[in-house]
Each structure stands twice: as C-alpha cells, then as structure tokens.
Write a protein that binds this ligand. Structure first.
Ligand SMILES: O=P(O)(O)OC[C@H]1O[C@H](O[C@H]2O[C@H](CO)[C@@H](O)[C@H](O)[C@H]2O)[C@H](O)[C@@H](O)[C@@H]1O
Length: 380
C-alpha cells in the first residue's frame, strides 16, 4: 500500500470519528434545543472542518512516525549502518564489549570446565551462523567443510538446528539426517531420521508444530505480500510455512519506508500476526508465545534434560530471534549463548564468535576435545 493509500485509510477512520463527533454534537444541541437556538450552520461546519483537519493531521503524524520508527529499526539492524570494526584495531566500544562477551574460542577451556559431569547439547542457527549472509536467500549454501563439522559434532552431541526458515528448506541446505530441525523460528520441530527410509521425509519424525492453525492465514498474507511488493524493485517474499519473510537487502534504501508501509498496512488486517526484525528482513509471525527459546526448552525436554542440571546447552546464533534462546539459557542459569557478530550488539549471549568460519573452528574444537577425552577414558 502506498503512502497515499495509508492516508486514505486514515481518512476513513477520521470520517468515522467525525461522524461520531457530529452525532454527539447534534445530540447535545437537540437536548438543549428548547432553551437555546441551534448554533449557526456556518460555525458548526467550521468547527467540524477544523476538528476533521486536526484529526487527520494527528493520524498522519502517528502513522508517519510509526513508519519512521520501523525504518529507523530497519537501518539500525542493517550491517551497512553499523560501523564494522577493523579486526586489528577494534574501537574502544568493541574492546569493552569483548570484555563482557569474550570469544568462545578463547574461553574454550572454561566452557569445557563448566561441562564436567554434564551432557553437552548443541543448538545452531542457520543463516549467518552456519552459512555466510548472501544477497540471495535461495543461495545461502553452507560449505562442505561446515557440513562435515556439523556432522562430526552430531556424532558426539545431540545437535539441533533452529532457524527462521521453513524446516524443509533448512534441511535441503544442511542435508544431515542425524539432527533435530526446528524451522519457522522453532514452530515446526522434527527429530532425527537417521536410517529411516521414508519417501515423505518431511513429515517423518515431526515432534511438534506450534502454529498449525495459522497455515491458511500465513498463506493468505504471503500472497498479499507478494502482490503488494511486486512493484518494489529488489523486494523478496519468502514463505517459511508458519511465518513469512520480507527481504529488503536488495531494495534501494529510499524505498525502505515503502516496504515498511506496505507490510504494516497489510498486517493491520491480521491482529493475530506480528512483525519482527531480522537481518535486512521483516518477519511476520503468529502472535503465539512460541519462539526459538521455547523450541530450545522443548528440545531439552524431549531429550530428557527438562528438569536436570546434568546438561550444558550451547546455543550459537547471530540474529535478534536467537536472543530468545540466549535469554532462556540465562534464566535457566544453564549453558552458554554464543553470539556470532563482528560488531558490538546488545545481547543476552555470554560469549561471541566473529563469523561462520569461527563457528566451524569452535565445532572442530568440541569434536577434538570429545575424541581426546573418550580416548583418555578408555586408556584409564
Ligand atoms: O534463523 P535463521 O536461520 O538465521 O534465519 C533467519 C532468516 O535467514 C534468511 O535471511 C537472512 O539470510 C539471507 C541469506 O544469507 C539474507 O539474504 C537475508 O538478508 C537475511 O535476512 C532467510 O532467508 C529468512 O527467511 C530467515 O528468516
């Protein structure tokens, strides 16, 4: 919807407010009609015109400032607007951030120390964690080396991938059967399918779907978003089954407010859906209380670690939506959140890694440590 359309719908609202106001005014004038002469037509019309004008102005300001707020957040969450620190000369801000969120590679010994007597469970986000961020979401492939690292980790530790993407899509990138997959921001969870020969792989082993009743609504919104954004150059709508992503990475920044307006005006018709921010993407999701943090808790429960301290969950992710999982770990005082980021960011994670390459190093170290400790145990 264009700005003009937003104003048209605002005007519709004003018309009904004005109508209500007219009714009140005419009621109050009729109740006093016996004692007072009706107000002259001209003054009433002038008053109404002024009220209508100021209401319209007010609505325009409110709608405009809401869009501005969205655009500001879109800019703030876009890497090009964040000053990327030089790895060799980090800024003061970055240095002090690193004090609070040190590198998980440098803190590896401490992490292992904390895992003594506990079972490590590994949770991994996909985009920006296992695969580098690229312009085309359909081509966000993970490297063979990364796949091998994840496969090795899954041999030694229960491992889950929790992504904003549709579960089947993540599986088509990762292609590893021995893992748990939680797609659509954790709303669609499937267990490992290793060894199973089933044609309908995608339906097999489904453990939980938190938002099945939203499927028709998500489909409808997806179609509306495709239709309304098709004239915006570079915009891309991705159907993630229980949620929808509207990408603006390839949209000219001057058009970002148009994207925000279009999406928010469609969502006005769907109060059961909410809008959140990702990396140059607007994400439309059901308002249910389910997120990556809930998915993490669900998976721990399914693995038999719901009510025990014998577990050390490690969650590695780069995005705002991963913060829900980092918060859960903080609240449970269990395990560690590891944020993948080159820039200082507000986060509930304990540690940091700079990029997917460092994530791969971290996974290798976990595997090497486990192999060595198994060997040492056997030799005793
Ligand atoms: O939870 P995640 O696995 O991190 O998924 C979050 C979103 O990731 C994808 O978009 C992001 O990665 C794209 C490929 O690198 C990039 O082009 C886009 O700008 C990023 O926002 C995915 O396409 C979305 O559907 C996910 O919600």
């Amino acid at each position: 919807m264009t700005k003009q359309n937003v104003l048209i719908s605002a005007e519709k609202n004003v018309s009904s407010s004005t109508l209500a106001l007219t009714t009140i005014m005419s009621k109050s004038s009729s109740s006093t009609s016996s004692s007072k002469p009706p107000a002259p037509q001209t003054s009433s019309s002038i008053n109404l015109a002024i009220t209508r004008k100021s209401l319209l102005k007010q609505l325009e300001i409110e709608s405009g400032s809401r869009i501005n707020a969205w655009v500001e957040t879109m800019k703030a969450s876009s890497p090009t607007h964040i000053k990327s620190p030089d790895a060799f000369s980090p800024t003061e801000e970055h240095r002090s951030w690193m004090v609070h969120h040190p590198s998980a590679l440098n803190m590896f010994e401490q992490i292992i120390q904390a895992s003594q007597g506990k079972k490590i469970v590994v949770f991994l986000d996909y985009d920006g964690t296992l695969s580098p961020i690229v312009a085309d979401p359909d081509r966000a492939y993970m490297s063979k080396q990364m796949r091998a690292a994840v496969r090795d980790v899954a041999k030694f530790f229960p491992t889950a991938i929790i992504s904003g993407r549709c579960r089947d899509q993540v599986y088509s990138f990762v292609k590893l059967a021995g893992l748990y997959y939680a797609g659509s921001h954790g709303m669609d969870i499937r267990g490992p399918t290793k060894g199973a020969k089933c044609k309908k792989r995608s339906d097999q082993g489904v453990l939980f779907q938190a938002a099945s009743e939203f499927l028709p609504m998500i489909d409808e919104v997806n179609k509306a978003l495709i239709e309304e954004t098709k004239s915006i150059d570079g915009a891309k709508v991705e159907n993630n089954k229980f949620c929808v992503s509207v990408h603006y990475r390839n949209v000219d920044e001057k058009q970002w407010s148009l994207i925000a307006e279009t999406v928010t005006s469609i969502l006005k018709e769907y109060p059961q859906l909410k809008l959140t921010h990702g990396r140059k993407v607007l994400e439309i999701r059901p308002t249910i209380k389910w997120d990556k943090g809930k998915a993490l808790e669900f998976l721990l429960e399914s693995l038999g670690f719901g009510n025990t301290n014998d577990v050390l969950p490690l969650y590695i992710g780069d995005d705002r939506t991963d913060e829900d999982a980092f918060k859960v770990l903080r609240e449970r005082e269990q395990g560690f959140g590891i944020l993948v980021s080159k820039c200082p960011k507000e986060t509930s994670a304990s540690y940091s890694l700079q990029e997917p390459a460092e994530v791969m190093d971290f996974l290798h170290r976990l595997v090497d440590w486990k192999k060595l400790s198994n060997l040492t145990r056997r030799c005793k």
